[in-house]
Ligand binder design. Structure first.
Ligand SMILES: NC(=O)c1ccc[n+]([C@@H]2O[C@H](COP(=O)([O-])OP(=O)(O)OC[C@H]3O[C@@H](n4cnc5c(N)ncnc54)[C@H](O)[C@@H]3O)[C@@H](O)[C@H]2O)c1
Length: 275
């Protein structure tokens, strides 16, 4: 599965790092090649207990021996974390730096990392934990093929991958995939709430929504038909679904979704200017 087995250090052990590491371990990436750094004992302990990976409190200590460093802290902390990392390691060490941060460009990362030449941006999502992630990747012109291949194989181990040609494409991946699990969760929460209002207990309401969402997603995955055809197969003329869909149309759901996706892109662009 993994042609190259590099030593990988994750700087930060939060939600997204956890999803990727969990997915990697599940797919057989050797735990002894993975290190996670985090400032809190609790995070480090959970990572060690749950996945058997190495941990370090000190970022530079954790990254020094690594071939690949995954930058997995919040975007607003990246400057301080990277600058300190490079200072403590005595340079960028010519490592491959893989950023998962939203809204921080390669140019900015390079400035934070004292001119590090090997940087790849990725935009994953949390279903990576289950091996069902969707990741976008961007490598600036001049990136070595080996670095592209390793970045791709790491993220492909936890789901599907797409490359974007232009860096701006990463923001579009954020809108369509990185942030998108939250859109589906919101929709599912709304269905569950209304099912409870209709009298189902919480457990049953959740079962109704989770099984239906999983079934619908699986149908989209396994069918060659356009999604709109799958929708129309549910929609009997003059029936119940047509009434529900008409209500969504009256509320301009599609326009609202487009607006939400544009807002995610706009925020990523704003962050790129801010950092
Ligand atoms: N959560 C997502 O769905 C998602 C998806 C795609 C990309 N991302 C990106 O992933 C990055 C992390 O997001 P998250 O949701 O996992 O956040 P998070 O808050 O869950 O995790 C951040 C982690 O960084 C650690 N940390 C804080 N200061 C640190 C330091 N000085 N050194 C080392 N570690 C430190 C924290 O302990 C925390 O565990 C962000 O840049 C975000 O844009 C997140």
């Amino acid at each position: 599965m993994f042609d190259q087995q590099e030593k990988v250090t994750f700087i930060g052990g939060g939600n997204m790092a956890r999803s990727i590491i969990g997915g990697l371990i599940k797919r057989g990436y050797p735990a002894h090649l993975i290190t996670v750094t985090a400032p809190t004992d609790r995070t480090r302990q959970r990572m060690a207990d749950d996945f058997g990976v190495n941990t370090a409190e000190d970022n530079a200590k954790g990254a020094k021996e690594a071939d690949v460093v995954v930058l997995a802290v919040k975007p607003q902390l990246l400057d301080i974390v990277c600058e300190r990392l490079v200072a403590d390691m005595g340079g960028h060490g010519d490592k491959l730096y893989l950023s998962i941060a939203a809204g921080v460009t390669v140019d900015t990362l390079q400035a934070y990392l004292s001119g590090a030449p090997r940087i790849v941006r990725t935009m994953p999502n949390t279903p990576s934990l289950l091996g069902l992630g969707m990741t976008g990747l961007y490598a600036p012109t001049g990136t070595k093929q080996d670095d592209k291949l390793f970045s791709q194989s790491l993220m492909a181990a936890v789901g599907k991958v797409v490359w974007v040609e232009e860096e701006a494409g990463i923001n579009h991946v954020i809108a369509a995939a990185g942030s998108a699990p939250a859109y589906f969760f919101l929709f599912m929460e709304a269905i569950q709430t209304e099912a409870e209002n209709m009298g189902f207990d919480t457990e049953t309401a959740r079962l109704l929504v989770q099984q239906t969402a999983q079934g619908a997603a699986q149908m989209v995955t396994e069918s060659d038909l356009p999604i709109s055809t799958l929708r129309s197969q549910v929609t009997s003329k003059g029936g119940t679904t047509a009434e529900a869909l008409r209500t969504f149309e009256e509320g301009e759901l599609s326009t609202l979704v487009a607006k939400a996706m544009r807002a995610a892109v706009a925020r990523a662009e704003e962050m790129a200017k801010q950092f």
